[in-house]
Design a protein. Sequence first.
Length: 355
Amino acid sequence: MTTAPTNPATVDLVRAATSDPGDLAPVEALRAAGHRLADVLAVVGKTEGNGCVNDFSRTLAAARWEPVLPAETVTIFSGGTEGVLSPHVNLIVADPRDHPGHDRGLVAAVGRTRPLEPAELGREAQLTAVRDLVAALTGSLDLAPDDVALVLVKCPLLTSDRIAAARAAGGEPVTDDTYESMARSRAAAALGIALALGECTEDQAAAALADRDTTRVWSSRASASAGAELTDCHVLVLGTSAAASSPLRAVHGVMRDAIDIDSLRVLFDRVEAERGEVVQVFAKAEADPSGLVRGARHTMLTDSDLHSTRHSRAAVGGLLSALAGTTAVYVSGGAEHQGPAGGGSVTVVYRVPDA
């Protein structure tokens, strides 16, 4: 069964640099900000691995963090800090402190799906499990779907051992290509998010999952990544609630392509209009499957040395870092159903001054 939604709460976000994937120094930054480890809902990190199937930086980070965290806390580690991206963690922590004068604030809830069988990965069972959990978490926060700013999911992938286990159990995996399994898992999770938030119908989600067309159906608030370090899906829902009182807020949108600075400026202008300070940017990135960016040919999909996800993280990471004024931004590669094809979802978390 899916675990119950855990600790829906007004939250703070503490961002801290890491010196390596196993670095727990951010715990001191958390305490310096006046928070306790017991109140951490989620640890969302960027690690300096290759972001591929054998990226053990994610596994190391999870192995180091999970023993010191409450059992219900979720960990979401995304590998790949190409270009100027900096390794770091974002600690999403329940914030019971009084913040008078704020008429709304950032809230969060976390949960985990049941463990997925290898043959269920990338299929309807995964989509349904994510859909149900996202809907439950959104309901626990008393948020309307439109109030949700971001749904982060870390989902499993297929390894050679898991493929063999599926076949030994009489099942057939969705693919026998371990790297492709990452895309198939991300796609199923993203479609589950889109369905839970009312961004598509059940028939549309089922058709997109079946024909693998990522251009017609997508979520503007989904961010899914896959790793070998888990067998269930870890889910974090962030939204802005009028029932909360906090200086933290979030706005979201999409990049239409990898150089869509105009859409990003709209989001950053909204932050500036509230005299806000950017705390973090969460974005998805991918190489445009058409092989073109605004009519010009790109070579990300034909590079035999580096996978296209690594190129796209570097490109979008540079653009976002320049706008945010920091290289410690969260950019995740592989955006199947997570924003328009060739673009990606973007969420900006920001802090406004006290009244």
